[in-house]
Design a binder for this molecule. Structure first.
Ligand code: ZN
Ligand code: ZN
Length: 378
């Protein structure tokens, strides 16, 4: 008894198949033809059906479909079941994994990486660090502190870095676009492929801001270290920068207030998207109070709103929206009455961002005062 059909001629196999599909007893057939297989598996030994109209693009061979069991013989056949008997290619599957397709995919990837390399290797005019605005110097320092690679030249992708660069996403977006727009950092030709949208017609010109690697497009002095000392441990702050310095302080402070507000609202499951009004409100309150005091104002306003929601049955949306107004009113009363508001501490769920640390500790050298004093004069 054989385990396959090799001992039969093709005519014999043809007849055997006809008798099988005609419904003859399978155990009788296997005995008669000397085949050692369980009855239910006989059809699996049949040669696949050939479809001469479909040709494998790699091997130039006609594609085939496996034979069905006799109970399935009348079901329609689908293109997706076609495969090449030589290389296994399945041209009608969304994702064919045959050797040839894998090879083609590898080549395509190489080609794409070359395209990236080509587009982003174009020469650029480097920028002089000294000519940058105060804000861009600080932004650059923060990003270098957080993500500069050992080679002192490339900025690692922000994605998957677990770095807390800024208090809010909006401020992070501003930091990146300001540095990119002013050509302080530029996309590295060695960026990973997943930093680009390969399906875009524009490939590789569009890129994901937080997935690419950047390089520093700076004029490097003979001693590179001197420049990095100035970037990372700066001495560029001077009284002429005082106005810009307060503006940036305030911007970071507003972002820290919004970060804390969002955190407290999330904790009570209130949905809230901060808009212009929220920014403006904190901007005004910060004229009189520090971030650490505003933490207290926010904490209280959220607690009141969630109490209102539970006791008076107002909607969550309404409750969330009432919080900003409550912060504003409370801050006004505190100011008029000259209340000495409690200083709250930072909380461990919201670690201080790299931008905030770098700016207060390294650039301004005021440390905790950045949190505990209203951003009015440096
Ligand atoms: Zn093939
Ligand atoms: Zn394939």
């Amino acid at each position: 008894m054989e385990k396959n059909l090799d001992h039969l001629t093709s005519e014999e196999i043809e007849t055997l198949m006809q008798r099988y599909y005609a419904g003859e007893s399978v155990s009788k057939l296997t005995k008669e033809y000397g085949i050692s297989v369980r009855s239910s598996n006989l059809y699996k030994l049949f040669p696949p059906e050939v479809f001469p109209n479909y040709i494998c693009e790699y091997c130039d061979e006609p594609l085939v479909i496996n034979r069905p069991s006799k109970t399935m013989k009348n079901l329609p056949k689908y293109e997706r079941d076609l495969y090449c008997p030589v290389c296994g290619h399945k041209p009608f599957q969304t994702h064919c994994n045959c050797e040839n397709c894998q090879e083609e995919e590898r080549n395509l990837q190489m080609e794409r990486l070359q395209q990236i390399e080509e587009v982003y290797s174009k020469p650029r005019t480097p920028v002089d660090f000294a000519s940058l605005s105060f804000e861009n110097k600080v932004f650059l320092g923060a990003i270098c502190r957080a993500l500069l690679k050992e080679n002192l030249y490339e900025i690692a992708p922000f994605s998957n870095s677990e770095v807390i660069l800024t208090p809010t996403d909006i401020l992070r977006k501003k930091l990146y676009s300001s540095l990119i727009h002013n050509q302080v950092i530029a996309v590295s030709p060695q960026s990973p492929l997943d930093a680009f949208d390969i399906d875009s017609e524009d490939f590789p010109n569009t890129f994901y801001t937080y997935r690419v690697t950047y390089f520093l497009n700076l004029i490097f002095p003979a001693n590179k270290q001197d420049l990095f000392t100035e970037i990372l441990d700066p001495s560029y702050y001077c009284p002429e920068n005082a106005d810009e310095a307060v503006i940036l302080w305030k911007e970071i402070a507003v972002a820290e207030c919004i970060e804390y507000l969002q955190y407290q609202l999330d904790k009570v499951n209130f949905e809230f998207t901060p808009g212009e009004k929220t920014y403006k409100t904190f901007d005004i309150i910060l004229n009189d109070f520090s971030v650490s005091q505003i933490y207290g104002i926010i904490w209280r306003a959220v607690a009141d709103a969630s109490k209102l929601y539970l006791e008076k049955g107002i909607s969550k949306k309404h409750a969330a929206n009432s919080v900003i107004g409550a912060c504003e009113r409370y801050a006004e009363r505190a100011k008029i009455n000259g209340w000495d508001l409690t200083q709250y501490n930072r909380i461990k769920d919201l670690p201080q961002s790299v931008l905030s640390l770098f700016y207060f500790n390294r650039v301004l050298g005021i440390g905790e005062m950045g949190f505990r004093v209203p951003p009015t004069i440096v």
